[in-house]
Design a protein around this ligand. Structure first.
Ligand code: UT7
Length: 317
């Protein structure tokens, strides 16, 4: 049994914010942001758009693509670090918005690696027989936790959601393996300075960007090699890498370290900025819909984020 991707979907807020618009509010420039990150714009949610509504829109598109009705889903896993509420899980809000009466629904928190963690958990549950059809969603509204006066972070992130419909099936297609890591000793490099148990405020994102960057390139290259090694494949077997979209320079450095041509890397950071747990499924859906990722392709996903956490997945689409 493998977890096969039957469909993907994504959703973005209506409002696009350019680098030039940000430069009117903080001491930054389009030139600095493009040169250091590759980001040209990001989507920012309005008050009617939340992690649950964006996740629901992405899920509906994934269900459409899969040709499946919502009530056929028996597992919803949502990766998010920006839930609508502290509890209940955003997964249960999405379940209600989709009109599903009863299924397993919970959130996973691994920040930018969240989607890889969610995918791995869903894959285990599908293969273990706990569920037959899963919605795995990455959805975030990081704009709500940004310090809009901190130019070192507020220019980097955006809002959005991506979703996959998975089904347990026999055959060659599906998730081949997932590899996950965490090193809590580095949790001070990327964190939110608030929370219910500490400050009783939501808090703001804080990041030591240069140090996260350094860890990212090393960890991502290692976990990609580990993932391919596990399934007995090499770099030349990869059709597409769908990376977490944090910084164009991280994407370039990781591809270079692995000797992967840039044309095999799906890049959306210029359009979406860093959407944390949403970035991998969003990029995947973009590349499926524009015809780059095709059935039968070997796809590798990877991500790294707060925790520090990092991980990768290899799959035959
Ligand atoms: O998704 C989770 C994983 N997160 C990441 O992977 C993020 C990893 N880190 C990064 O992507 C990069 O480190 C950043 C994009 C965050 C920063 O790029 P950098 O090349 O590492 O810049 P830096 O932090 O070394 O800052 C260089 C200079 C500093 O000025 P001084 O001290 O040299 O005078 C900053 O104050 O750039 C300045 N700076 C800015 N200038 C204009 C920082 N932010 C800005 C800004 N506009 N927005």
């Amino acid at each position: 049994m493998r977890s096969v991707i039957l469909g993907s979907g994504s959703a973005l807020p209506k409002r696009v914010v350019s680098n030039a618009e940000l430069a009117e509010k903080v001491d930054t420039s389009d030139e600095w942001i493009v040169e250091r990150t590759g980001i040209r714009q990001r989507y920012i949610a309005d008050e009617t758009e939340t992690t649950a509504t964006l996740g629901t829109d992405a899920a509906k598109r994934a269900l459409d693509a899969a040709g499946m009705a919502a009530d056929q889903i028996d597992l919803i896993v949502v990766a998010t670090a920006t839930p609508d509420n502290t509890f209940p899980a955003t997964a249960t809000k999405i379940q209600a918005l989709l009109g599903i009466d009863d299924c397993i629904a919970f959130d996973v928190a691994a920040v930018c690696t969240g989607f890889l963690y969610a995918l791995s958990v869903a894959d285990s549950m599908l293969r273990g027989g706990n569920a037959k059809r899963a919605l795995v969603i990455g959805s975030e509204t990081f704009s709500r936790i940004l310090d809009w006066e901190d130019r070192t972070t507020c220019v980097l992130f955006g809002d959005g959601a991506g979703a996959l419909v998975l089904e347990a099936r026999d055959g060659d297609a599906g998730i081949l393996t997932t590899k996950l890591h965490a090193q809590g000793k580095h949790n001070n490099l990327l964190y939110v300075d608030g929370g219910p148990s500490t400050t009783q405020t939501v808090g703001h994102l804080r990041m030591k960007g240069r140090e996260v960057f350094r860890h990212a390139v090393v960890n991502l290259a290692e976990v990609l090699e580990e993932t391919l090694g596990e399934v007995g494949l090499s770099n030349s077997d990869i059709d597409w890498v769908v990376p977490h979209q944090a910084n164009q320079r991280i994407l370039d450095a990781t591809a270079k370290k692995l000797g992967l041509p840039r044309e095999k890397v799906i890049i959306t950071v210029d359009q979406h900025a860093n959407t944390s747990a949403a970035s991998v499924p969003l990029a995947f859906d973009v590349a499926v819909r524009d015809g780059r990722i095709k059935r039968g392709d070997l796809v590798v996903m990877e991500a790294m984020g707060g925790g520090l956490t990092w991980g990768a997945a290899a799959l035959r689409y």
